[in-house]
Design a protein around this ligand. Structure first.
Ligand code: HDL
Ligand code: ZN
Length: 437
């Protein structure tokens, strides 16, 4: 056993000078290294019905709903009047039977079905529904996280969501693999309505954010930080977000969020570039994107060197600027290929330019999963790209005159898949965590 271990150790220390062997090690390490999924819309089992899994949830994912409308006579008003099973039937028939599932989101469903040996060529959902109906949430959750090689999931937690608040108010621990992220879209993007909700909850806040608003908004955040123990605070921001600005959001960021970030040592995650309700008829599928102004990120970082920022931007045109900004500010950690960018052709481009400009000092991906089985395809497809991009980078390094060992590859991949994030948010990792066997 010891000899085998020593042999393994020496093999891991061997400089990999053959391209084929190098690529094999990269693929093996990328596939086996567990990831911390830093942004999802999944929930710990304790949140009950908020946990979405199974074929009907997979097929009514808003990415697929938007695509379905392009290839079907069904109108949004008719579609939204149907129950979920009927909606799923229509999506399946339209995108998987009458057409070939060539888009990233449809291919994702195929990947997820194949992971459970379900027929992706089936004419209907009978087999899939029977399979998922037979799954218990706990064991199915374990199986999905193992298949996706995801060690930890960060949720999106909205203190204004009545259903979610019920679980938090009930108290008790949640599954240790799930971590909270305190989402502040309503606080920062919809103050007119949110201030009324806060007043009804007994917080002395004003619509013009004057008076005791700042103290009371901080009291509100303190309460939810104590309850949720979030790893970071997050907000999605429109493409026209500016900082500084003369609006209430600017004041709330300056006088509430940034001081709370310092006091609780909580990073602030900015997700910039969304244009909500571009087509309201599509509901959650109706959002679009716009190119944002990187100067807002630069101003936040330069004015607050003691605050750690996580930033992802929704426009492909902002990606290079974000990399350059990250080179200027070590309190800026770029993450993920968000939403409309989570397509292999763009993930490859973004990951290559990040490696070229930042080395391994970024977070390549998050899943944004809303349905449990999406972890399998979003991480499976991402890993294909990561392995390819890293393989090319290591080969170029070899040609330049520097061979790497398997240990080097394991260190680099672990840093990008979990280390950078865990260090940023202070998430204690199991020291020396080994890739999954
Ligand atoms: O604001 C967000 O967190 C976005 O990720 C939206 O939830 C979006 O609808 C989404 O699911 N993107 O993947
Ligand atoms: Zn999201």
């Amino acid at each position: 056993m010891l000899k085998e271990k020593n042999d393994q150790q020496s093999a891991s220390d061997t400089r990999l000078t053959d391209s084929t062997e190098l690529r094999q090690h990269v693929l093996d390490v990328v596939n086996k290294t567990p990831v911390v999924d830093i942004h999802t819309h999944l929930y710990a089992p304790e949140f009950g019905a908020m946990n979405l899994f199974g074929i009907d949830e997979l097929l009514t994912y808003h990415y697929l709903v938007a695509e379905m409308f392009r290839s079907s006579e069904v109108t949004p008003e008719v579609f939204w009047s149907m129950d979920k099973a009927k909606q799923a039937d229509i999506v399946w028939e339209t995108l998987f039977v009458r057409n070939t599932p060539l888009s990233e989101a449809t291919r994702g469903v195929v990947t997820a079905l194949a992971a459970f040996n379900l027929d992706a060529n089936a004419p209907n959902l009978k087999e899939a529904r029977e399979f998922f109906r037979g799954q218990s949430l706990e064991s199915h959750l374990d199986r999905n996280m193992t298949l996706a090689s995801v060690s930890d999931v960060v949720m999106t937690n909205d203190p204004f969501d009545d259903e979610e608040v019920k679980t938090w108010e009930a108290g008790g621990d949640i599954d240790k693999r799930f971590h909270a992220a305190l989402r502040m879209d309503r606080l920062l993007n919809d103050w007119a309505n949110t201030s009324a909700i806060l007043r009804a909850q007994g917080y002395a806040v004003e619509t013009d954010a004057r008076g005791r608003t700042v103290d009371e908004a901080r009291r509100f955040l303190d309460k939810w930080i104590a309850r949720m123990k979030p790893l970071y605070m997050a907000v999605s921001l429109p493409d026209d977000f500016m900082f500084p600005d003369g609006d209430v959001r600017d004041r709330m960021i300056r006088e509430v969020v940034l001081p709370v970030s310092r006091e609780h040592r909580l990073p602030f995650a900015l997700m910039i570039g969304v244009r909500r309700k571009v087509n309201p008829a599509l509901r959650v599928a109706g959002d679009g994107l716009g190119r944002a102004d990187i100067r807002a990120v630069e101003h936040l970082c330069v004015e607050n060197p003691d605050v750690r920022f996580l930033v992802t931007m929704l426009s492909r045109e902002n990606q290079h600027e974000l990399c350059v900004a990250a080179r200027k500010f070590s309190n800026l950690l770029p993450f993920g290929c968000w939403w409309f960018l989570n397509n292999p052709s763009i993930v490859s481009e973004i990951t290559r330019e990040r490696l070229e400009l930042l080395g391994p000092s970024f977070i390549p991906q998050h899943s944004d999963a809303r349905v449990l089985e999406q972890l399998i395809y979003k991480w499976g497809h991402s890993r294909e790209v990561s392995a390819d991009v890293l393989g090319v980078a290591y080969e170029k390094l070899l040609r330049a005159g520097r061979a790497v060992t398997r240990n080097d590859i394991e260190r680099d991949v672990a840093r990008m898949f979990s280390g950078n994030f865990c260090e940023w948010v202070g998430l204690e990792r199991i020291k020396g965590e080994q890739p999954l066997d």
